[in-house]
Design a protein around this ligand. Structure first.
Ligand code: FCB
Length: 482
């Protein structure tokens, strides 16, 4: 790393260790005493934030006219989630949202990314809007704006209204999504500057319709899965157009995508070029399609007769220009150049490769630098946000009430150090939203995996800041990572 000499690294470690020994009662760590010269500063106006999603935190699934989403149905189906956990109550943020805004305020964030439950606004997916559902989000916005926290809204974070016939197998769902997106943006864009259409395509297309691990739990053949994927990117493009037509002018539109991030094993021109080629081809059904308005030849050839059926005009809609790209960044894929026509080959991870508490969450902090760099170099987006990054850890609430999640601090510190590199090299990275503000319903893993900066006691709904919350607050207050 260019900015991190051996000497500087040694000093920072020593400072951190000394401070940790001094810990007794809050504030326990003398962060502010660290020499300013040691800090890696972020650009002025960098947006520090946190992320959550509706079904993971809200609860209140039957309140004020909300109807079920596919995740209600799926989580209530025996054997689908860890110990049959559901989002029925989750963090009860539907009622406790003021407490959660207070947590954000205490951290000092400038932005909060949260999602809207489609079936609160259109309980059947289409038809008459439900004013009471919208009122809830208006109350959340009131609270955020009162506290000078900018709202960043995701319109779809996997909780598809159950009532939509055929779900994402139907092309009508794309149109229904655009109508919902247009309606919400028309009603909220006076107070919301940034909208994300869709969160992470693979997780509700491939995991929902191919492997069946996520809602709605289907295992369809490839041709049908590709059609589901096509309807999803089409929904995104149609929603971009609907938001532009309905929202206040100047509203910023993007998405939050977990594009596969390819890290060159060695930082040479040849390996970096291989990572770029992999970025395009490995994300062909999703990010590549919407950044380029076409499916790559490689994808169409690989899928052959199973390729999606595309109607005239679809690709232009899918490629509707965006104001920014949001990237959810967790785990790296390592890539090497080779002599194949693709020009690259993926590395197998050794069994010893380190992971966090979730079995899929391999630790490779440079992933965040390459996420920004690859996407910037391949597609030159106007702006980028990290819309999710964070980790699960086996948090223990100690008898003294502290949660010493030193592994999460390690994970975050290292990722932010690599993100700093991307910012200092001039890539247009505008903000970072940490996943997550608080422990929550982690999909098929239920409540067994904790990703929060705040520990949630699900019996009492008490939220307790972890060590990582204190650490992140310090990063934000100094706009720098040490
Ligand atoms: C992402 C999801 C988010 C959360 C994190 C851990 O894939 O978008 O809802 O589950 O992973």
């Amino acid at each position: 790393m260019k900015n991190l000499t051996r000497r500087r690294f040694g000093k920072t470690l020593a400072g951190t260790a000394a401070a940790a020994f001094a810990s007794a009662s809050l504030p326990r760590i003398a962060f502010a005493q660290m020499a300013t010269a040691e800090l890696l500063r972020f650009p002025p106006n960098f947006v520090w934030g946190c992320s959550t999603a509706a079904y993971q935190i809200e609860g209140a699934v039957n309140e004020d006219g909300r109807k079920p989403s596919v995740w209600d149905t799926f989580s209530h189906t025996p054997g689908k989630t860890f110990q049959g956990d559901t989002g029925d109550v989750a963090d009860d943020s539907y009622h406790l949202y003021k407490k959660d805004v207070k947590l954000l305020k205490n951290l000092g964030v400038r932005g909060y990314r949260f999602s809207i439950a489609w079936s609160r606004i259109f309980p059947d997916g289409t038809g008459q809007p439900n004013q009471k559902g919208l009122d809830y989000y208006q109350r959340v916005l009131d609270e955020l704006l009162k506290n000078n926290i900018a709202p960043y809204i995701t319109l779809f974070h996997w909780d598809l209204p159950q009532a939509l016939p055929g779900g994402w197998q139907s092309r009508d769902t794309s149109k229904a999504f655009a109508d919902y997106a247009g309606y919400v943006s028309k009603r909220l864009s006076d107070r919301v500057g940034h909208f994300f259409t869709i969160n992470e395509f693979t997780c509700f297309t491939d995991l929902g319709y191919k492997t069946g691990k996520f809602a709605p739990g289907l295992k369809l053949p490839d041709a049908q899965v590709n059609q589901v994927r096509h309807h999803a990117v089409l929904a995104h493009g149609m929603a971009v157009q609907a938001i532009r037509a309905n929202a206040k002018s100047g509203t910023q539109i993007g998405l939050a995508e977990n594009a596969t991030v390819y890290v060159p094993v060695i930082e040479t021109h040849e390996q970096i070029a291989a990572a770029r080629a992999a970025t395009r081809e490995g994300n062909a059904p999703f990010l590549t399609a919407l950044m380029e308005g076409k499916y790559t030849d490689g994808y169409l050839q690989r899928e052959g007769a199973n390729a999606p059926k595309v109607e005239p005009g679809d690709m232009k809609i899918i490629g509707s220009p965006l104001d920014f790209v949001g990237l959810n960044v967790y785990t790296p894929e390592y890539v090497q150049a080779d002599a194949s026509p693709a020009g690259y080959v993926l590395e197998k991870r050794p069994a010893s490769f380190p992971r966090m508490a979730s079995d899929w969450l391999y630790i490779g902090p440079e992933v965040i630098y390459w996420a920004v760099r690859n996407v910037s170099e391949v597609w030159k987006p106007r702006a980028l946000y990290i819309t999710e990054n964070g980790c699960s850890s086996d948090d223990v609430l100690a008898v003294d009430g502290h949660i010493e999640d030193t592994d999460r601090v390690m994970y975050l510190r290292n990722h932010l150090t690599h993100l700093h590199r991307a910012a200092s090299e001039g890539y247009p990275i505008k903000g970072y939203f940490l996943w997550s503000l608080l422990d929550n319903f982690e999909w098929a893993d239920g409540y067994s995996k904790r990703f929060g900066l705040h520990y949630v006691d699900y019996k009492t709904q008490v939220r307790t800041p972890k060590l990582s919350a204190e650490w992140y607050g310090d990063v934000i207050s100094r706009n720098a990572v040490a």
